[in-house]
Design a protein around this ligand. Structure first.
Ligand SMILES: C[S@@+](CC[C@H](N)C(=O)[O-])C[C@H]1O[C@@H](n2cnc3c(N)ncnc32)[C@H](O)[C@@H]1O
Length: 256
């Protein structure tokens, strides 16, 4: 992946957004992953390593390898004696067959050109009986109330821009098909909810995360439309009657 095809980039404000998103979503993802003591784990597209480090400490003697395409991300990644990072492309993992107990990716497949190839690679490097797990986006599932028409317009532009870069912001809905295509068995789908309202602990952070998503993609958005969406969401984040619903899409499957 050429660095300029990653819609979010690696500006400091984007790294702050990704770190805040990790704080909001890691605990639920780690429960979903259900790592056993001694597990050898691979994260594909490990970004800042914040999730990898928490996965590594989720049980005794867990070791995690993080594969990440961007040298900037690896340079900024969280350190842990149980986590090692390798620069590489998810489409062609420089790792032996059947070398991990669990292989996972989070917020990665929406950015890659060939998610089917990435999943096949994930299937190749997990051992027979091991698990492949993914958590992804379907950006069409987001709802705000009161309605935010300027945001809706900018969000559509965001999706078109991501598609023009080779990504798919709605890939979450395709996970069952992608897992089947990779030959995984025992596939189970689930969602991880983001349900927030004014006064609940995550509401303002969640709205800021969506603002940060838009701002990270400013290269592909009309500046006036972006400004209108940001102003609208900022107002929403202060309204006493505001709320928001979204779900992440997850899948887990077994290599037979
Ligand atoms: C949104 S971040 C998610 C990081 C981490 N998985 C998390 O949940 O916080 C997506 C990461 O995938 C990386 N990435 C994108 N395309 C990739 C590819 N083809 N191979 C490996 N990493 C890739 C990006 O550089 C970025 O760091």
């Amino acid at each position: 992946m050429a660095p300029d095809t990653y819609i979010h980039g690696t500006e400091p404000s984007e790294q702050d957004r990704l770190a805040a998103l990790n704080r909001m979503t890691n605990a639920a993802f780690i429960r979903f992953l259900d790592v056993a003591a001694g597990a050898r784990v691979l994260e594909v597209g490990s970004g800042l390593g914040l999730l990898a480090v928490e996965v590594a400490s989720a049980a005794e003697d867990v070791s995690v390898v993080g594969v990440e395409v961007s040298p900037q991300q690896i340079a900024a990644a969280a350190a842990s004696p149980r986590v090692t990072y390798r620069q590489g492309d998810a489409h062609s993992l420089d790792l032996p067959d059947a070398s991990f107990d669990i292989v996972y990716a989070r917020y990665l497949l929406e950015h890659v050109e060939h998610p089917d190839l990435v999943l096949r690679e994930m299937q190749r490097v997990v051992r027979p009986g091991g698990r492949v797990a993914v958590c992804e986006n379907d950006v069409t599932l987001i709802r705000f109330d009161p309605p935010c028409p300027a945001f809706d317009r900018a969000w559509e532009m965001f999706q078109r821009y991501q598609a023009s870069l080779g990504g798919d912001g709605a890939i979450g809905r395709r996970l069952f098909r992608l897992f089947q295509g990779a030959g995984l068995t025992g596939i189970e789908l689930s969602v991880q909810p983001e349900v927030h309202w004014q006064g609940s602990p995550g509401f303002v952070a969640w709205v800021r995360n969506i603002i940060g998503n838009l701002e990270s993609a400013r290269r592909g958005l009309d500046p006036d439309d972006l400004a209108a969406a940001v102003a609208e969401l900022t107002t929403l984040s202060e309204r006493p009657d505001a709320s928001s619903v979204f779900v992440w899409n997850r899948a887990v499957g077994i290599r037979s």
